[in-house]
Design a protein around this ligand. Structure first.
Ligand SMILES: *Cc1c(COP(=O)(O)O)cnc(C)c1O
Length: 372
C-alpha cells in the first residue's frame, strides 16, 4: 500500500507517549487517564492511537458513539470504553455486543434503558452547569432513581466543565461552582449508601488548570495530542506537550502565473507580478478549511508558501515565490515542521477562525495515517 501518496498524516508516537507521561506525572497517582479518542482520535486515527495507548498501559477510553466504540473493540481494544453521548435505542444491542459503557444522558434516557430490559453498564452524566448532558445536579432524587433501576449496572458518575479554559474571575468562579456541584452529588450518593462507582470531571483544560483535583479518571483529549485549542491559551500546569500529528501533501505541479493573470475558482487571486505557484494535492475534502482561501501558508523545503486562491475540494494553490527549490513530488507541510519553520494546528485554526479541535477532528478519511 502506498502510504505517502497524495496527502497523509504522520503520527509521532514518541510524542504521544511523552504527552501521556506528562499527564501521568501531573495527575494524582490514583487518577487514571481515560483518553478521549472520539472523532477518530481527533483525526489522528482512533485505532492506531488507541492501540499505542493500550500498549502504554491505558485501560479506559472514551468515544462519542457506539459505532466508534465498536470499531475499537473489533480492532482489539479490551479495556473500558465509555460512550460519552447519546445512543439510539435501536443501537442498544451494540452496547451489549461490544461491551460498551453508555452514558445516561438524563433521567428520561434512563427510563429508555430500563424499558429495553437488557443489562447495561452505564456512567451517569451529571449536569453541573453546562446544560448539555446529564441529569441536573440539583435533581438528586432523579439521580438516585437511576441507581435503583435494576437492569443498570452503574459503574461511574461524571460531569463536564464548560469554561475550565477561561482565565477571568467569572469563568474561574463558574468552574469552582461546577466542581462543588459535582462533589455535592458524589457526597450525597455516598451519604445514601450508594458506593462503588468511579467519578470523573476533567477534560484537558480541567486537568491543566485544576490539577489539584483528584478523581478516578481524567478524560484528556486535545492536549494529549500535544496541542491546545487556541494559540494564545495559557494553562496553570507546567507541562511540556509535543504535537503528535503532522499533515502533509505533495506538490503536484509547479507553474508560472504571469503578471495580471488570476488563478483558481472565482479568480480571487491575481498576480501583481509574474510568479511561481504550486498546486498541492490536498483540499477541503481532506479537512483543509475552505476559509483558508487566500489566508495562511504551508511549508515547502524549509520555506513558507502563502495560500493563494480558493481552496478546492481536492487541491489548493500556493505562492512559491519564496521557495527556490520546488519540484513536483516534493512534500508540502500543512501542519508540522520543515527545516526551521513550524506550523501548528493552532496556527491553522487561527487563520481559519476556529479552534484546533475542529481542524483536527475534521481531518478527512482519505488521508493515510502513518506512524513514524
Ligand atoms: C471531548 C470530551 C472530552 C475531552 O475534551 P478535551 O478538551 O479535548 O480534552 C472530555 N469529556 C467530554 C464529555 C467530552 O465530550
Amino acid at each position: 500500500m502506498y502510504q505517502k501518496g497524495r496527502a497523509w498524516i504522520e503520527l509521532n508516537m514518541e510524542h504521544l507517549k511523552h504527552n501521556m507521561e506528562q499527564f501521568r506525572a501531573l495527575l494524582p497517582p490514583d487518577c487514571a487517564l481515560m483518553p478521549a479518542v472520539k472523532a477518530n482520535a481527533y483525526g489522528h486515527g482512533a485505532v492506531l492511537v488507541s492501540k499505542a495507548l493500550q500498549k502504554q498501559g491505558v485501560k479506559s477510553f472514551c468515544v462519542a458513539s457506539a459505532a466508534e466504540g465498536a470499531e475499537l473493540r473489533k480492532s482489539g481494544i479490551d479495556g473500558e470504553i465509555l460512550v460519552l453521548a447519546y445512543t439510539h435505542p435501536e443501537q442498544f444491542g451494540d452496547l451489549i455486543e461490544y461491551d460498551l459503557t453508555q452514558t445516561v444522558v438524563d433521567g428520561n434516557y434512563a427510563q429508555e434503558l430500563k424499558r429495553d430490559g437488557r443489562r447495561f453498564t452505564v456512567h451517569v452524566g451529571i449536569d453541573t452547569g453546562m446544560h448539555r448532558l446529564g441529569e441536573r445536579w440539583d435533581n438528586l432524587e432523579e439521580i438516585v432513581k437511576i441507581f435503583r433501576i435494576p437492569n443498570l449496572n452503574v459503574t461511574g458518575v461524571y460531569s463536564h466543565l464548560c469554561v475550565s479554559d477561561g482565565k477571568d474571575s467569572k469563568e474561574k468562579a463558574y468552574t469552582l461552582e461546577q466542581i462543588h456541584h459535582f462533589e455535592y452529588v458524589v457526597e450525597e450518593l455516598h451519604r445514601r449508601g450508594i458506593d462503588g462507582f468511579k467519578c470523573h470531571l476533567q477534560g484537558s483544560y480541567g486537568i491543566l488548570n485544576y490539577s489539584e483535583l483528584c478523581f478516578d479518571y481524567a478524560r484528556a483529549g486535545i492536549a494529549l495530542y500535544g496541542i491546545l485549542s487556541e494559540k494564545n491559551d495559557r494553562v496553570n500546569a507546567s507541562v511540556d506537550l509535543k504535537p503528535v500529528l503532522s499533515l502533509k501533501a505533495r506538490l503536484e505541479s509547479v507553474r508560472m502565473l504571469y503578471q495580471g493573470e488570476s488563478a483558481g475558482y472565482g479568480l480571487t487571486y491575481s498576480a501583481g507580478k509574474t510568479q511561481k505557484i504550486g498546486v498541492l494535492s490536498i483540499g477541503y475534502a481532506d479537512g483543509i478549511p475552505r476559509n483558508l482561501s487566500n489566508r495562511g501558508q504551508v511549508l515547502c523545503n524549509g520555506k513558507a508558501a502563502p495560500v493563494i486562491g480558493r481552496i478546492c475540494m481536492d487541491q489548493m494553490l500556493v505562492d512559491l515565490s519564496g521557495v527556490e527549490q520546488a519540484a513536483p513530488g516534493d512534500e508540502a507541510v500543512l501542519i508540522g515542521t520543515s527545516g526551521e519553520l513550524e506550523i501548528r494546528a493552532e496556527d491553522m485554526a487561527g487563520w481559519a477562525g476556529t479552534i484546533s479541535n475542529e481542524i483536527l477532528s475534521r481531518m478527512g478519511e482519505r488521508l493515510e495515517r502513518v506512524a513514524v
